[in-house]
Design a protein around this ligand. Structure first.
Ligand code: ADP
Length: 804
């Protein structure tokens, strides 16, 4: 059979849309994969962590920038190298592991190899690698690696994450080191550190507490710190703790803490308030054992007290001794003076003058000792009275002038005429300083001159600084002896005492007096050339001339036409005779009583014009006797003058308070004795006149001249006012309002003074002084006496109805 001609085609159509799509998708897919790979590659390369892949022989397959930078290498350069070589391991160059191939020590390599071998990932392994920097230096870095096994191109590999943790590692190391150091310090310190919370609970205490108190620190934590404080110190410890908590102030307190054995030690605890991160307040104490220091301090205080007691006993003894010697010495000198006034033969006069001179120089020494011990005991108070400066200087210099003349030494006195006529200060103490300085110059100068000067140094409102200087051409003082000069009982050397005498007290007293007067004293001197001592003292300037204190040079009994009947109350025979003779010399009648009791008895029977009253007497002392005279005998008018050996601060008030009118200090100075007598008499006379005037005005007798009437009216008005104020006083007294009592009494005092009601003025002064002392009993008794006086005036003259 013949093959038939093929005339048709079979066309097969196949839908290849899917295939093309699949190819298209494949192309797209592989593009995406490529893209992803590129992305991954980029991420790998720029990741801020060091990344590398390593195969099982430890060869770096791929490495990113961060890892390359870590090891100072180029990324491309690292690929294909073993880890040791690629990371520039330091040992590589040392032949231990040439090119890192055989480096068994390489922890890095071994770790990564193990990950691949065991197909087990590792995380955060830290180790130290020593690498070589490009400049050839060795550098130690700390690496932290994490590695994961992966299968790459049919090969077991590992992806390694590498971090340089050197900084963190070093920081942690130094923290640990610091902590160790701190622990070492706190464990070994002698002081203990304790932290206490705001409730007083112990939060921490250093091991040193063991040494300090003998407790195990762990046993203390959680307890209350106050439980270890001595019961007597609990209050102080608590209050300082609370104060600290409140004010955040850091301060130190000394308290006693109980040791484990029950004994107590003194601890100085310095506390510091801190605020922790949780905003909780606590106090950190550093406590130190100060028991030994406390004991030493106690010893010092005790020895100081003992020394002070001994010193004050010494001063007291010196003061008593010199006082005891001074009293009879005054008697001797006084009697000698009196005898010198009588008719004597030339020889007797000469002998007695020698007795007088020796007595006086002995008295000077005793006076120095007494002064010195009184100043040391703080018993000297300065006066503030008006005096004539120029006259004072002249009076002081005049005996020295005669002495200088006899020695053949020139004596000059320069007085600056800008110095005001009258100054306010203590002329006696000023005189004492000058006397001492001039006396020294005279003593140590045998030729040349002694010059005394007073000049204005500085002037300010109301006060004037005057510079006094005493210059001589005597033996002078060597520079090396400068420091000795103002010390007590100190002379330049022993030969001075032998040749010139003296006690070595004069300059010491002078300096103390100048200090008390707020001045300065110093000197310049050259051995064998002379010395110049100078001091500057501020004075107040006096405005008026009245009440000027004038000082007589030698004994002279003032004349008087008045004949008085005097009661002299004095137990010491010498003083008794001296005062009696002085009074008799002036022409008075003197009755003597040996003690206060006898005086009171005498006064019951007899009248006197004036009483001199010793203070220290057996049986009944002067102050008590005066109180009886004033209160029980109701002898208001008769003036009483105290005779006192201790004219110290506060005495004046005590005497006035008892009802005395003035005082004369013993040893009796003739001038002072008669001056006081005179002024007390004048006061009392004024009082009598005043009483008469009041009597007149109250009785309405004297009403002739207009002038007088006006005056009388004023006086009457003043008396009414005083009565009004007295009522106020009584009220203030009930409410113990001392301030107002003092003020009102002061006012009454001034009012009484203006009107010349002297007795009332004294009464008011007594109230004022006792109110100042806040002594209620004294205020009461002073007030009662004052009111008695007011009542007396009122009753005596009230019949006319003018006052009632
Ligand atoms: P004294 O009573 O011994 O004079 P002072 O305290 O007044 O005591 O003086 C102490 C010492 O200072 C004297 O002993 C003397 O050595 C020295 N001195 C004081 N004034 C002078 C002076 N003007 N010239 C030389 N030495 C003086």
């Amino acid at each position: 059979m013949k093959m038939k001609k093929m005339c048709s085609y079979i066309v097969v159509f196949r839908d290849i849309t899917d295939l093309e799509e699949a190819e298209l998708r494949l192309g797209e897919f592989s593009r995406t994969i490529r893209q992803e790979r590129e992305n991954l590659e980029t991420i790998f390369m720029v990741a801020p962590l060091g990344l590398m892949t390593v195969n099982k022989s430890g060869t770096i397959q791929k490495v990113n920038h961060s890892a390359a930078e870590m090891f100072y290498r180029d990324r491309v350069d690292m690929v294909g190298r073993r880890i040791g070589d690629g990371t520039r391991c330091m040992k590589k160059g040392a032949g231990e592991c040439t090119e890192g191939l055989y480096c068994d020590q390489c922890f890095f390599r071994r770790t990564v190899e193990e990950v691949i071998d065991k197909q087990r990932e590792i995380r955060g392994i830290e180790f130290r690698q020593n690498i070589v920097t490009p400049s050839g230096e060795e550098e130690h870095i700390w690496l932290r690696i994490s590695a994961v096994p992966i299968q790459l191109r049919d090969e077991n590999q590992a992806v390694v994450v590498v971090e340089d943790v050197t900084v963190t590692k070093e920081m942690a190391k130094s923290l640990i080191k610091n902590e160790k150091r701190l622990r070492l310090i706190t464990d070994n310190m002698i002081d203990a550190i304790t932290q206490v919370d705001s409730h007083g609970i112990i939060l921490y205490t250093s091991p040193s507490i063991w040494h300090l108190l003998g407790y195990n620190p762990d046993n203390l934590v959680g307890g209350r710190f106050i439980d270890y404080v001595h019961p007597s110190d609990v209050e102080e410890a608590m209050s300082s703790f609370q104060h600290r908590m409140k004010t955040w102030e850091n301060f130190t307190s000394e308290i006693r803490l109980r040791r484990n054995d029950g004994s107590y030690i003194w601890v100085e605890a310095s506390g510091n308030v801190i605020l922790d991160e949780k905003h909780q307040l606590s106090v950190v104490y550093v406590s130190r054992d100060v028991t030994v220091k406390r004991q030493a301090q106690l010893e010092i205080v005790k020895s100081k007290e003992a020394a002070e007691t001994a010193n004050s006993a010494k001063s007291e003894f010196l003061a008593n001794m010199s006082h005891e010697i001074r009293t009879p010495m005054n008697g001797i000198i006084g009697m000698t003076n009196l005898t010198l006034m009588s008719n004597l033969s030339e020889e007797q006069r000469e002998n007695l003058t020698m007795v007088k001179n020796s007595g006086e120089s002995l008295l000077r020494i005793i006076n120095s000792v007494l002064d010195f011990s009184k100043i040391e005991a703080g018993k000297v108070s300065l006066e503030s009275i008006r005096f004539d400066g120029s006259m004072l200087l002249k009076r002081i210099c005049s005996p020295f002038k005669i002495q200088a003349q006899n020695k053949g030494v020139a004596f000059n006195l320069n007085f600056d005429d800008r110095i005001p006529e009258y100054l306010i200060g203590d002329p006696n103490r000023l005189g004492q300083i000058l006397n001492n300085l001039i006396g020294n110059s005279m003593k140590f100068t045998s030729e040349g001159h002694v010059t005394v000067s007073a000049e204005v140094y500085q002037r300010s409102s109301g006060s004037i600084h005057i510079k006094f200087s005493v210059e001589d051409t005597g033996i002078g003082i060597a520079e090396k002896d400068r420091d000795k000069i103002f010390r007590s009982f100190s002379q330049v050397d022993g030969s001075i005492t032998r040749r010139y005498g003296g006690t070595g007290l004069g300059l010491s007293i002078s300096r103390q007096l100048v200090d008390m007067m707020h001045g300065q004293i110093d000197f310049t001197s050259r051995k064998n050339m002379g010395s110049r001592f100078f001091f500057t003292i501020p004075f107040k300037e006096a405005e008026e001339k009245q009440n000027v204190m004038t000082e007589g040079g030698y004994i002279e009994i003032p004349k008087t036409s008045r004949k008085l009947k005097v009661l002299l109350v004095e137990d010491d025979r010498v003083n008794q005779t001296f005062a009696k003779n002085l009074l008799k010399e002036q022409g008075h009648i003197v009755v003597v009583a040996d003690n206060g009791l006898k005086a009171v008895n005498t006064l019951i029977l007899d009248d006197f014009d004036i009483i001199f009253m010793d203070i220290q007497m057996p049986e009944l002392d002067g102050v008590e006797a005066t109180k009886i005279i004033r209160q029980r005998l109701r002898l208001d008018q008769v003036p009483i003058i105290a005779l006192t050996a201790h004219a110290i601060r506060g005495d004046r008030e005590r005497f006035l308070d008892a009802g005395m009118n003035g005082y004369v200090s013993k040893p009796i100075k003739v001038d002072n004795f008669f001056d006081t007598l005179e002024s007390v008499l004048q006061d009392s006379e004024r009082q009598v006149q005043q009483d008469t005037q009041i009597k007149k005005l109250i009785d309405g007798i004297d009403s002739q001249s207009d002038d007088t009437i006006q005056n009388q009216e004023e006086l009457q008005q003043a008396f009414f006012e005083i009565m009004g104020y007295s009522d106020m006083l009584s009220e203030y007294l009930n409410s113990r309002d001392f301030e107002n009592i003092e003020r009102t009494a002061h006012f009454i005092k001034n009012l009484s003074q203006t009107c010349g009601f002297y007795e009332l003025k004294r009464g008011a002064l007594r109230i004022e002084l006792s109110a100042r002392k806040e002594d209620v009993n004294q205020v009461k008794s002073s007030f009662d006496r004052f009111m008695n006086r007011v009542e007396f005036l009122k009753n005596q003259h009230g019949t006319t109805g003018l006052l009632g």
